[in-house]
Design a protein around this ligand. Structure first.
Ligand code: HXC
Length: 257
């Protein structure tokens, strides 16, 4: 399958998706959204694939939603078509997605990175929500996900001033899981994704769901949700295999059942 705005390749069990609109620093237009939704649906449906990596170029992961596409729109267009609602489907991908960010991740680019399950950052990465400078605001979840990731003080400062956060600050603030040298970013991300893809698939889905539940529920409900999914994993063949393999001092071989 080929896409107008993406390069997609499979590296073993890892789907590597490269945003590819270099002329616009990977600004997220409707075509990128359509291509990403199709690529993620194909990834989710392919049993040979266990984890995805989304990356951009060395200069820009993505410099935002496409300002030129939005420029002429009015309230009726935006509200009437529920502009950006399609991105909710991206977050419904059930297998894990790692954002591998080098360079600018601004506005919608930062929001896309935060819609992924975690962010690995190159030392050149820069995160920001500069929409205020365009007299608008985040529209793909940034005000919510950034606040949950880094807390109110930094999120509010970034949304109100448009200030960018560099990779070191993003790691200190908990926005990214790790910072790596730019030259190692893709290899590190693919290696991390390969590790995830080597785990029992149902357990991977359950772990993703329960961590994400922490964003949606209070503590008692979240802990109960975790425990119920944990119980459910004891109904899988892979749980029997995983525990037997540990006791027999060998690696587990998963059936995905
Ligand atoms: C459309 C964009 C773009 C964007 C860059 N380009 N960002 N096109 N939408 N978000 C285009 C430029 O117009 C230019 O095209 C080309 O990419 C290269 O960009 P330059 O500005 O020339 O590069 P540089 O000087 O290196 O500056 C890089 C930059 C700057 C700092 C990242 O491009 C920038 O500030 N971009 C906008 C960042 C931003 O405001 N993002 C938030 C968008 S709103 P040409 O044709 O001139 O060569 C958003 C909101 C979502 O995401 C929800 C609410 C609406």
């Amino acid at each position: 399958m080929t896409y107008q705005t993406l390069l997609v390749e499979q590296r073993g069990a890892v789907t590597l998706v490269t945003l590819h609109r270099p002329q616009a620093l990977n600004a997220l237009n409707s075509q990128i959204l359509a291509d990403l939704l199709a690529a993620m649906a194909a990834f989710d449906a392919d049993p040979s694939q266990g984890c995805a990596v989304i990356t951009g170029s060395e200069k820009a992961f993505a410099a935002g939603a496409d300002i030129k596409e939005m420029q002429a729109q009015g309230f009726a267009d935006m509200y009437g078509h529920d502009f950006f609602a399609g991105w909710d489907r991206f977050t419904q991908t059930r297998k894990p997605i790692i954002a591998a960010v080098a360079g600018y991740a601004l506005g919608g680019g930062c929001e896309l990175a935060m819609m992924c399950d975690f962010i690995l950052a190159a030392d050149t990465a820069k995160f920001g929500q500069p929409e205020i400078k365009l007299a608008v605001s985040p529209g793909m979840g940034g005000s919510q996900r950034l606040t949950r990731a880094v807390g109110k003080a930094k999120a509010m400062e970034m949304c109100l001033t448009g200030r960018m956060m560099d990779a070191a600050e993003a790691e200190r603030a908990g926005l990214v899981s790790r910072v790596v040298p730019t030259a190692d970013l893709i290899d590190d991300a693919v290696k991390t994704a390969t590790t995830i893809a080597s785990m029992a698939p149902l357990a991977v889905k359950a772990n993703k769901e329960m961590v994400n539940a922490a964003f949606e529920t209070g503590l008692a409900m979240g802990v109960q949700f975790e425990r119920r999914l944990f119980h459910a994993l004891f109904g899988t063949e892979d749980q029997s295999e995983g525990m037997a393999a540990f006791v027999e001092k060998r690696h587990g071989v998963w059936t995905g059942k």
